[in-house]
Design a protein around this ligand. Structure first.
Ligand SMILES: [Zn+2]
Length: 284
């Protein structure tokens, strides 16, 4: 092929890649604004969920005990293909550590197996990866029946959102804000609790808004450390969020328990503000 022909081919490929990228972005934007199964929120108290994506080891060693000290349980979104692996930022928790979290009452939830953006997968690839994720979690502990999902990188399309509607109970985004009034269960808003990208002032405002609107605030957290990564949360910041929630009467619950309370179907009491370091937890 001539030099001009090679250049024309390269330009065509670049154009196609840009067009595909723009299509995915547009689809994500539509998915954000178009609730597929909106639910009126019936919770009688404001709620907060502390969720941990990818589950770095420090989320297990530091994050989970801190929640337990406040009588709460977290939701851990596990990308099963990453377990035990070292990334540029952290080492991911092991299968044994995930099993331990489950035994201690925390919710274990889906985050795909290979941690690929759902916007890059077609219907079959996405279904098969999610099934792999589900089976891997059940292998870790036969009691784990994961029902809730978080989009890897927060990215989705209208097609994947629609697909998830029949596969899981909820899908968490990373679109910031408080869930209030009407919930879009497949685009649950979340606030990243990260020292580098969020301030104490904004945290206070978010907690105030949750209390005032009787809403549901969902925190998205990665590592928890005194020296957190660029995506991480210091122990002080996490403690500030926990203490701020308790002080305002905002109940700390898992995502699954929050959905029960929002639907008005919760049947068991959810413990609050009870030191439970060495006890079995039952947070739903
Ligand atoms: Zn992730």
């Amino acid at each position: 092929m001539s030099a001009a022909g090679i250049e024309a081919g390269s330009t065509t490929r670049k154009f196609a890649a840009t067009a595909a990228h723009l299509t995915r972005r547009a689809s994500h934007r539509i998915a954000r604004h178009l609730p597929l199964a909106p639910r009126l929120m019936h919770n009688s108290t404001p709620l907060v969920s502390f969720t941990f994506d990818d589950v770095p080891e420090s989320a297990y060693t530091n994050g989970a005990p801190m929640l337990e000290a406040y009588g709460g349980c977290g939701t851990f979104y596990v990308a099963s293909g990453l377990l035990g692996q070292r990334s540029d930022f952290w080492t991911v928790a092991s299968a044994d550590e995930i099993a331990d979290l489950y035994r201690r009452g925390h919710e274990i939830a889906l985050h795909s197996h290979l941690h690929r953006s759902s916007s890059l997968l077609d219907v079959d690839e996405f279904a098969s990866d999610l099934q792999r994720n589900r089976e891997a979690l059940q292998k870790i502990h036969s009691g784990i029946a994961a029902r809730n999902f978080a989009y890897p990188f927060g990215q989705c399309t209208l097609a994947r959102k629609n697909q998830l509607n029949s596969l899981v109970r909820s899908s968490r985004s990373i679109y910031t804000g408080v869930n209030r009034g009407v919930l879009d269960p497949h685009y649950v808003r979340a606030t990243e609790l990260c020292d580098a990208r969020f301030t104490r002032e904004r945290l206070q405002a978010r907690l105030d808004e949750t209390q005032r609107s009787r809403g549901w605030l969902v925190f998205c957290i990665h590592d928890v450390s005194d020296t957190p990564s660029a995506f991480g949360c210091s122990r002080k910041f996490l403690d500030h969020a926990l203490e701020g929630a308790i002080r305002r009467g905002i109940r700390i619950v898992t995502v699954d328990a929050a959905l029960d309370l929002i639907a008005g179907t919760a049947t068991k009491p959810i413990p609050q503000k009870k030191p439970v370091f060495a006890q079995e937890l039952s947070c739903g």
